[in-house]
Design a binder for this molecule. Structure first.
Ligand code: FE2
Length: 362
């Protein structure tokens, strides 16, 4: 059975946050972060938030999750959401939430501003909470033209499922010219190979849950995750996989020619690409280009994994494309905000981190 091979060493993609007297990234730190995003598609900024600031973010998340009227996200895995394996939902555009978002935007302005103009839309503010028994997402690209942010509001262990990235798979003009014009084809080949492993991993996990009742499956959950016809892009749903109904990964993606290329290019793929899983410490913030290949893994621990997320457009965006790919809260749809608005919003004011924290991810 194909196995997921993931490195948990993110040290090559980390930049320790260094703040000036106004609580913003120093020019040198911002330049290092931008260089990391340009080279690899993402950056792990360690120690960006103080413990008190991260606590505030966690409080916003827990208050939202406690609300029975919360707005669930329409992406990730809706089946996981229904069975409370995940709780991906939009945060309201309330003053405390916007204050926390403004703190992040203003502290990171020298980085975010390089990719997103002031008039570009704030697409969503969300929570990314997952619980034991969730499925590993398929490796995928989010809708392009967006810069996304993930903030760790508490320590996230590898078992809890920090986001997995494939460094260097972001798309930009001319990128396809590398490897004699075969770069994007090689990326897609690697993605399919990794998704074979994800499918096997998820099926094996569900079988284990079925046999050992640890964690216990809810009535009907196994059937819905493996044999349902309901829309879901990130479950190991064999029916949708075989019928070609899953846009992220389906049997038709593994035709004879692809299987031959997977074999023929196995060494080259190993040389070019690798899966790297983040395990961010509390206060770490990850910025990534939406068009890089990534996935939200399963939570393999009994401890919930909670992350704060935010996305900003890098270009103008059609409302339908926006609402299909991202999950703005109704209050944000009713009163849209731009990056410029966030930069002018009163930020959360607590003591910032005192000094750069080195080696803050595991
Ligand atoms: Fe994603």
């Amino acid at each position: 059975m194909a196995r997921l091979q993931v490195s948990s060493d993110t040290s090559a993609f980390e930049v320790p946050a260094a703040l000036d007297g106004a609580g913003r990234l120093t020019p040198a730190c911002a330049a290092a972060a931008r260089a990391m995003i340009d080279a690899h598609g993402f950056v792990v900024l360690t120690g960006l938030l103080s413990a008190a600031e991260a606590d505030e973010g966690l409080a916003l998340i827990t208050a939202t999750i406690a609300d029975p009227e919360r707005r669930r996200c329409t992406f990730a895995s809706e089946t996981d959401n229904r069975h409370l394996r995940r709780d991906f939902c939009a945060l309201p555009a309330s003053p405390p939430v916007l204050g926390f978002a403004a703190l992040l935007a203003q502290r990171l302005e020298a980085v975010i501003g390089e990719y997103c103009g002031r008039s570009r839309a704030l697409l969503e503010i969300i929570t990314l909470t997952s619980y034991e028994g969730s499925s590993h997402q398929y490796l995928h690209r989010d809708p392009s033209g967006v810069l996304s942010l993930i903030a760790a509001v508490e320590d996230v262990s590898e078992e809890q499922g920090g986001t997995v990235f494939v460094p260097g798979t972001h798309m930009h003009p001319g990128a396809e010219m590398r490897q004699a014009g075969a770069t994007y084809a090689m990326m897609e080949l690697f993605r399919r190979r990794a998704n074979i492993a994800v499918l096997c991993h998820n099926l094996a996990k569900l079988w284990h849950m079925h046999r050992h009742r640890a964690p216990a499956l809810a009535p009907g959950e196994l059937r819905e995750r493996v044999f349902s016809t309901r829309w879901d892009q990130h479950q190991p749903n064999l029916l949708r996989f075989v019928l070609g109904k899953n846009a992220e990964f389906r049997l038709a993606m593994l035709g004879p020619r692809t299987l031959w290329r997977l074999y023929r290019h196995r060494a080259e793929m190993k040389r070019l690409f690798r899966l790297v899983q983040s395990a961010p410490r509390k206060g770490t913030v990850i910025l990534y280009r939406s068009d890089m290949i990534h996935a939200g893994p399963d939570n393999r621990s009994p401890r919930p994994r909670r992350l704060f997320g935010m996305s900003i457009a890098r270009d103008i965006i059609e409302p339908k494309y926006w609402h299909d790919g991202y999950s703005p809260h109704p209050s944000l749809i009713a009163a849209p905000l731009s990056l410029g608005d966030l930069l002018e919003t009163a930020p959360l004011t607590l003591a910032p981190p005192a000094a750069p924290v080195r080696a803050a991810t595991r």
